[in-house]
Design a binder for this molecule. Structure first.
Ligand SMILES: [Mn+2]
Length: 270
């Protein structure tokens, strides 16, 4: 079995019980581990994640004990879960989202997961599958069809995205004391969560949803799987091709399973 999950936004300051949220995801991942060959985490697993220069980089010690940096203490059960999965031979792939861009090796080294900073295509169960978090994917002809005000909004997002991905500001931010960087980062993330809760952006329809448009323009893939939008979508594109948007593991608690070439979205219940 192959699993896909995105947008848990762990650690979000709008969540009443952040420990319970981390536990819920950790428990599901351990359950997946009983029959999984691969697990794909498609971005925004953390509401904010930054690996600072002046904090410990080695979390798992030779004697098997864990010493998380104080800024990441909350995530210890998840780190242990990921380590158990990868030690047990499960391939865990972690795509950065737009909230957890800033892993510089610590996460991969301590847990054994593979970090992807770019979209990636895999052949699994005989299907050609394209995966990405979904931010920054805007087909150019699609852009031109949009009203000017929406174009301006997207351009602003892309500029901020380029800044967040740039090594110079990244290095400077890494120099901050973790408590200061986190205070800033979690507050930025909290505001974007609140904005989304107050003004959700529902499915825009086949013609206006950029990820759907992108999938349509790429017939070389059987399936395209995305996160980011926090909507649950499973759309047929003809010729057995499909595009999935995973929902989230924050309010909807959805994820997807691929088994014998069949892909479907599931709902996690407590
Ligand atoms: Mn996102």
């Amino acid at each position: 079995m192959i699993y896909f999950l995105s947008d848990a936004h762990l650690g979000s300051r709008v969540i009443a019980d952040p420990e319970g949220h981390v536990d819920r995801l950790s428990r599901l991942l351990r359950q997946m581990g009983t029959d999984a060959t691969h697990i794909f985490l498609l971005g925004d697993i953390f509401d904010f994640w930054y690996e600072y220069l002046f904090e410990p980089h080695r979390w798992l010690h030779a004697d098997g004990t864990w010493h998380m940096p104080r800024s990441k203490q909350l995530y210890l059960p998840l780190m242990q879960t990921l380590r158990t999965l990868t030690d047990g031979g499960v391939e865990v792939h972690f795509f950065i989202g737009n909230h957890d861009i800033w892993t510089f090796g610590d996460l991969a080294r301590n847990t054994g997961i593979r970090v992807h900073r770019q979209p990636e295509a895999f052949t699994l169960d005989g299907k050609r599958i394209f995966m990405a978090h979904g931010d920054g994917i805007v087909p150019s002809d699609f852009m031109q069809r949009l009203p000017t005000e929406l174009q301006v909004k997207i351009r602003r997002f892309m500029r901020l995205r380029a800044f967040f991905h740039h090594p110079v500001p990244q290095f400077l931010f890494r120099l901050l004391p973790p408590a200061l960087g986190d205070a800033f980062g979690y507050e930025w993330a909290r505001r974007s969560r609140l904005k989304e809760i107050r003004r959700p952006c529902p499915y825009k329809g086949e013609k206006n949803e950029e990820l759907v448009q992108w999938a349509k323009e790429h017939p070389e893939y059987d399936y395209c799987v995305f996160g980011h939008r926090h909507i649950r979508l499973d759309l047929e594109l003809g010729n057995n091709r499909r595009v999935l948007i995973l929902g989230d593991f924050f309010q909807q608690f959805t994820y997807a399973v691929l088994h014998n070439g069949q892909l479907q979205i599931c709902q996690h219940t407590l």
